[in-house]
Design a protein around this ligand. Structure first.
Ligand SMILES: Nc1ncnc2c1ncn2[C@@H]1O[C@H](COP(=O)(O)OP(=O)(O)O)[C@@H](O)[C@H]1O
Ligand SMILES: [Mg+2]
Length: 448
């Protein structure tokens, strides 16, 4: 007997016949749409992730920059606060945006909230005369707000609570925004009261020194001038005494009179030299371009007899042109060459050399200077006396061995000082001497 197989339980029958059917086009389209959406979503998620990573990196960088900025501004603040100079800044309307501790300490007041026009009165700001209130529009900060740069403007601060007053040196600059427009200004100032007071004291001292020098020179001039007259009388009567009564006088008395005459003659030359010395500044001529070669030739003419007597020679090298008083250049060279001939060794003919050079521009401090050297082969002197010999009446050798008054080198130094130059001596005993003079070089003639 055949029987129908028992139907399988429902769950073993496999998927319903409908599932095995070819999908409908709508479903396929739907599925494709779903897949595309999924892909896009995935792509977007990936893109979002990388954007987020990038953002996080930016954030970190931003944080680092923020920290660096904070460190820098803390540093700047501590620099500003530890500075000895006052630093202030204002915006375009003159409102303070910065006012460091030193500014407050120096001015004795903090940032002023009012109109910049009131600053001079409120802070007690005066012009360098110390009496005129600083015009508000000329204040360095006000000028900087107009685009000007101010450097080292002098200002005096005085108020009843600052009785001694304070001297300021102020500089200011405009502050520009990124578009290059003036957005404000900053000022920086230093308390220069100590320097200013020292400077005032020094110039007062200098003024008094000059005054007393002038008085002394006038005194020396008047005294030596007036001394000449009685001296001339002594000499004249001494001569009369000798010529008219000489034969009647005992030998001893005649000797006394002669010695008296010798003393009077010496005094006359001392007075003449002193007069020359006192005239260097009071009767000096104006400075012009002087060719030292011409002056040196005149000096040799003048000393011709002495050169011949000494059997020596004076060699002239190339000499520069200097900006000087021509008469005094003659006096200077004449004194130096005469000394070089005079202080010679007993049995050696003197050889004197005179030469010069213009100092090179690269020797910074010597720009526009000339150097003149006078050397000899004479007796020389110990270097430790090299400064002393420039003093009035200072001599190292006896008058009997080498005649002189001891004023020549003092005159030389005074002449050189008047010209803003210097003179120094270099020597050692028996080795000759060298005198080095520095003078301003001649200025190029002005083109009209
Ligand atoms: N070229 C020289 N050589 C050696 N000694 C010198 C020379 N020039 C100056 N002196 C010393 O310096 C002193 C001062 O010189 P100076 O003032 O010219 O006086 P004076 O020529 O009248 O003696 C001289 O007395 C001498 O002792
Ligand atoms: Mg002399």
């Amino acid at each position: 007997m055949t029987s129908e197989p028992a139907p399988l339980p429902q769950d073993r029958r496999g998927p319903p016949r409908l599932a095995r059917k070819k999908p409908s086009p709508e479903l396929a389209a739907l599925r494709q749409l779903l897949e595309t959406t999924e892909r896009i979503a995935l792509e977007q998620t990936l893109g979002l992730e990388s954007a987020m990573q990038e953002l996080a990196a930016h954030g970190e960088e931003l944080e680092r920059s923020r920290q660096a900025l904070a460190t820098k501004s803390a540093l700047l603040e501590s620099v500003l606060e530890s500075m000895a100079s006052g630093v202030v800044a204002v915006d375009r309307h003159g409102r303070f945006t910065l006012f460091n501790e030193a500014a407050q300490r120096i001015l004795g007041l903090g940032p002023h909230a009012g109109n910049p026009h009131d600053w001079p009165r409120s802070y007690g700001l005066y012009l360098p005369d110390g009496a005129t209130l600083f015009p508000a529009e000329d204040l360095p900060l006000a000028r900087a707000l107009c685009g000007q740069t101010v450097d080292g403007a002098e200002m005096f601060v005085w108020r009843p609570d600052l009785p001694d007053g304070t001297w300021l040196s102020v500089s200011a600059r405009p502050l520009l925004n990124s578009a290059g427009h003036i957005a404000g200004a900053m000022g920086i100032f230093r308390d220069v009261s100590r320097q200013k007071r020292a400077e005032t004291a020094r110039s007062e001292f200098e003024r008094r020194l000059q005054q007393s020098n002038k008085e002394l020179e006038e005194f020396a001039f008047a005294a030596s001038h007036d001394l000449q007259e009685p001296l001339r009388k002594i000499l004249a009567f001494g001569e009369l005494l000798c010529s008219e009564y000489g034969s009647a006088l005992p030998e001893q008395a005649r000797d006394y009179v002669l010695r008296m005459q010798g003393g009077a003659v010496r005094m006359q030359s001392l007075i003449r030299d002193l007069l020359d010395y006192s005239r260097i500044t009071s009767r000096g001529e104006t400075f012009i371009a002087v060719d030292l070669s011409d002056v040196a030739r005149e000096v040799l003419d003048h000393l011709e007899m002495r050169i011949r007597e000494s059997t020596g020679s004076v060699e002239l090298g190339e000499l520069p042109a200097v900006q000087a008083d021509p008469t005094q250049m003659f006096q200077l060279l004449q004194n130096l060459v005469a000394n070089a001939l005079k202080f010679r060794k007993p049995d050696v003919a003197p050889v004197v050399k005179v030469w010069g050079r213009t100092l090179q521009g690269d020797e910074q401090s010597d720009v526009g200077q000339c150097e003149l050297t006078i050397s000899d082969n004479g007796i020389g002197f110990e270097q430790r006396f090299a400064d002393r010999i420039f003093g009035v009446f200072q001599r190292l050798h006896s008058r009997h061995a080498y005649e002189g008054t001891g004023i020549g080198l003092a005159i030389c130094r005074k002449i050189v000082t008047r010209h803003g130059g210097s003179i120094q001596a270099i020597s050692s005993p028996g080795e000759g001497a060298r005198f080095v003079v520095r003078l301003p070089a001649a200025r190029a003639p002005e083109v009209p």
